[in-house]
Design a protein around this ligand. Structure first.
Ligand code: SAH
Ligand code: DHB
Ligand code: MG
Length: 222
């Protein structure tokens, strides 16, 4: 399910609003060279994450699912001098590539990549009281999304923003009786975001160079 026009319009927006960006291009090159899957956010989505971080005045950012550090670098660039981003990655090869790319950006003092399963590492992040996080980007496995959202909420403050990536599953999210664990997990986190009284949330479908997809966004209200 992809239309050539989606890709062409995305390229046009990319040229207008992102343009030549040597830092981001180098991070992508390194990830590709290392054979990482090319599933990072698109350039325009990365710019949106950057803008959202600025809109909330983020000083603390949490990411679940680092891959090669592409989205982490976009968000870390929005941080003030004393800002901090913690990104969690289960795959040590992905984390090694991400750390190397982050070192090349000069953001190294602001960004920490932690290696492990998110559900194993989130309790220690909570115990350290490095938060609250002003922005959380949930972009790891799609099975545990609801548990990640609950942790993100616990680590948030009033006004924090929590984003969940890839909530459309090619339209499969409609299938309430699906036996696909990703669809079931996605439906679970969406239903939690919709029913949780401490947030106000919405979900948006997207098209572009990543095909047909979407994200959900919650603002913590109490
Ligand atoms: N946010 C990245 C893309 C992340 S892709 C970007 O846009 O640039 C999803 C990543 O989540 C992969 O690197 C995968 O290894 C990682 N992941 C999968 N399951 C995980 C888990 N249980 N805990 C932490 N990371 C996980
Ligand atoms: C996949 C994961 C992502 O986070 C994404 O944005 C796109 C694709 C995947 O696992 O295929
Ligand atoms: Mg994603």
């Amino acid at each position: 399910m992809s239309d050539p026009a989606w890709v062409d319009v995305d390229s046009y927006f990319d040229r207008l609003f992102v343009g030549e960006d040597a830092v981001m291009a180098e991070a992508l090159r390194a990830a590709t060279a290392a054979g990482l899957p090319q599933i990072q956010v698109s350039p325009t989505q990365g710019k949106l994450l950057h803008q959202l971080a600025r809109m909330v005045g983020a000083r603390r950012v949490l990411e679940i699912g680092t891959l090669g550090g592409y989205s982490a670098i976009w968000m870390a660039r929005a941080l003030p001098a004393d800002g901090r981003l913690i990104s969690i990655e289960i795959d040590s090869k992905h984390a090694t590539v991400a750390k190397a790319s982050i070192e090349r950006t000069g953001l190294v003092s602001k960004v920490e990549v932690r290696v492990g399963a998110a559900l194993d590492l989130l309790p220690s992040i909570a115990a350290e009281s490095v938060g609250p996080f002003d922005l959380t980007f949930i972009d790891a496995d799609k099975v545990n999304g609801a548990a990640y959202f609950e942790w993100a909420l616990r680590l948030s403050r009033l006004g924090s923003v929590i984003i969940v990536d890839n909530v459309v599953r090619g339209g499969g999210v409609l299938n309430a009786s699906s036996d696909d664990a990703n669809i079931r997990g996605t439906r679970r986190v969406l239903e939690l975001m919709a029913s949780e009284p401490r947030v106000t949330a919405t979900a948006i479908q997207t098209v572009g160079c990543k095909g047909y997809d979407g994200f959900a966004l919650a603002i913590v209200t109490s």
